[in-house]
Design a protein around this ligand. Structure first.
Ligand code: PDD
Length: 287
């Protein structure tokens, strides 16, 4: 069934939505995005995603074509128009279509930003079979650019990482730089040792996950010990358990790293508990 999508002020059937071939998102990957999950027809962590979007735009000197109130209204309208109970809203803003290809940024007064939003219907998102089984990851070198804190649409290397994982019979890849794990291809990475949750500290090396912020807050509230520091793949392989967080998969247990099973090879108690707490709290605060 055709979706209703949003493009530059209009709600349209997806087959009628058009973007210029000169759009800088298409030619230069000159764009930023956000993914917000929907549970019970409501948006999860919307204020966090909206705030990070503003930051990404600011870091790239890109104009925001909508106010945050408008953005919330568009998200809600798309959820309603597409009858989404569980799923995602994808949002992308690019530096627009200047009418030709040029490395220099166009004047924002002459070239408005492009804004696109669409929904992805995912019934059963919260009750995921993958979360019950746990996921398997491989490690790969992190060769992305140096501003991973900006949520840009430059996703070729993460896509390649995902393909490398698939080829190895696994689900995802954890990226490693200077010997330390940065993050997963589309999620933040954690290990658990002796009851302590360990995850890399925030910097320009990783995306400041909205789910990460919520999960670390909830972990602290549940009296779990959290340490924000670098860890290696070798340390991860010796961990009791591991997991990832993202808006699209919440808290996802990891049960194998580079062929080494963690613990008894099933989702760990802390990962399972954090998933439960996160889902419960998210449903309560959803808007
Ligand atoms: N990915 N790190 C990377 C590289 C990511 O792409 C993402 C999100 C995260 C987790 O951030 P958050 O908790 O705010 O979703 C970490 C989204 C879901 C995606 O690309 O589909």
């Amino acid at each position: 069934m055709s979706r209703i999508v949003y493009v530059n002020g209009e709600y349209l059937p997806e087959e009628d939505a058009k973007i210029s071939i000169f759009d800088r998102g298409f030619l230069m990957a000159d764009g930023v995005y956000e993914v917000t999950s929907i549970l019970d027809g409501k948006l999860i962590d919307f204020p966090g995603h909206a705030k990070r979007l503003e930051r990404s735009l600011g870091e790239l000197d890109m104009a925001n074509p909508v106010t945050m109130d408008e953005l919330l209204a568009i998200h809600r309208a798309l959820v309603a128009k597409n009858d989404i109970v569980e799923g995602l809203v994808y949002l992308q803003i690019t530096r627009g279509a200047p009418g030709d290809r040029d490395f220099a940024f166009p004047d924002p007064a002459e070239t408005p930003s492009t804004i696109v939003l669409f929904t992805q219907n995912k019934p059963g998102l919260a009750d995921s079979p993958a979360a019950k089984k746990g996921t398997k990851v491989i490690s790969i070198e992190d060769i992305r650019w140096g501003r991973r804190d900006i949520k840009t649409v430059q996703l070729l290397y993460p896509s390649m990482g995902k393909m490398m994982a698939k080829k190895a019979g696994c689900d995802d890849a954890w990226m490693v730089e200077d010997g330390f794990v940065t993050e997963g291809t589309s999620n933040n990475a954690y290990i658990v040792k002796g009851g302590k949750i360990i995850t890399r500290e925030l910097s320009t090396d990783i995306l400041h996950g909205i789910t990460r912020a919520a999960v670390l807050r909830l972990a602290a509230e549940a009296q779990m010990e959290v340490e924000e520091r670098n860890f290696t793949i070798d340390e991860a392989k010796q961990a009791d358990e591991a997991f990832t967080t993202s808006a699209s998969a919440f808290v996802m247990p990891v049960v194998e790293i580079d062929g080494v099973a963690l613990g008894d090879g099933t989702p760990g108690a802390i990962a399972k508990r954090l998933r439960e707490i996160y889902l419960e709290e998210s449903r309560k605060t959803a808007i």
